[in-house]
Design a protein around this ligand. Structure first.
Ligand code: C2E
Ligand code: MG
Ligand code: MG
Ligand code: MG
Length: 270
């Protein structure tokens, strides 16, 4: 790697920037082939009903096992997919595959549960997004009530008019929608009340404040109370201990997911 030749020499930064750009481009190129080469796979993390402790759904989480680099986490390649426009095709594959798998489980005689699919903002904003959802439901034969879409708070605050229209269309179709990573963004509470959504998912960083030695977790309490008063379902993300489970149960939180119950697993291992 070239060393900086002088403090104010702009060229001294070039090798590093060029390397970053190369890295990104090579990820992008590889991502284009990853689907065809079957390097992409959905893992599923159970979502637990806190009253019955039964699994009532699974969140589909995308995994990329690169032939040379090994496991690449979604937080690294989803942004590349978004910037390159690949997210539309990739996201459509995820919805189709998640619906197909869930329908297959139901046909095999398993108790019916929901499947939750993460939707990127760029994907959500494309004009044919709702058609993609319809075609995934149609091709898989999955009942619409078994599909839930997860959008982050930033999506929701992106373009209020577009988002409201799209959510309304999805609601009319009968698809459930949840707000992911709730509490980390900047939702206007008034707006939240008006949106046709079903569920708030409390971000892991809040659930993590539920600790034995800590007094209480005021933000977790507040989010659960708010969800209840808005008539929304509430899911706690990132539950790692029985203490957290019991605390959430005592607050009346309806559902939870996290390593305490199960890590995300390939379909064959669930
Ligand atoms: P997310 O939707 O908030 O997913 C939850 C993340 O928390 C997952 O990380 C999951 O593995 C992790 N997790 C679950 N329980 C625990 C726990 O108890 N402790 C800890 N420390 N972590 C836990 P993952 O799979 O790495 O996914 C990261 C993010 O990537 C997701 O956050 C989601 O925003 C995005 N993502 C994943 N799959 C897709 C996809 O198919 N499409 C899109 N657009 N985004 C996706
Ligand atoms: Mg999610
Ligand atoms: Mg989340
Ligand atoms: Mg997230």
């Amino acid at each position: 790697r070239a060393k900086a030749s002088g403090k104010n020499d702009i060229r001294s930064f070039t090798p590093e920037l060029a390397e970053k750009a190369r890295e990104r481009l090579s990820l992008e190129t590889d991502l284009r082939y990853a689907m065809q080469r079957q390097e992409l796979q959905l893992y599923y993390q159970p979502i637990i009903d806190l009253q019955t402790l039964q699994t009532i759904g699974h969140e589909a989480l995308l995994r990329w096992i690169h032939p040379e680099r090994g496991f690449i986490p979604p937080d690294r390649f989803i942004p590349v997919a978004e910037e390159s426009g690949l997210i539309t095709a990739l996201g459509a594959w995820v919805i189709h595959e998640a619906c197909r798998q869930n329908a297959e489980w139901q046909r095999a005689g398993r108790r019916a549960v929901r499947v939750a699919v993460n939707i990127s903002m760029i994907q959500f904003a494309t004009s044919n997004f709702v058609d993609t959802v319809k075609s995934a439901l149609h091709e898989s034969g999955l009942g619409v009530e078994w599909l839930e879409l997860e959008v982050t708070e930033s999506v929701v605050m992106h373009d209020v008019k577009m988002v409201t229209e799209r959510l309304t269309e999805l609601r009319e179709l009968g698809v459930r929608v949840s707000i992911d990573d709730f509490g980390t963004g900047y939702s206007s509470l008034k707006y939240l009340q008006e949106l046709p959504i079903d569920t708030l998912k409390i971000d892991r960083s809040f659930v993590n404040t539920i600790q034995k030695d800590a007094q209480e977790a005021p933000l977790v309490k507040t989010i659960i109370l708010m969800a209840q008063s808005l008539g929304l379902n509430v899911i706690a993300e990132g539950v790692e201990t029985i203490f957290q489970q019991e605390y959430l149960q005592s607050l009346g939180c309806s559902e939870a997911q996290g390593y305490y119950f199960s890590r995300p697993l390939p379909a064959s291992q669930l």
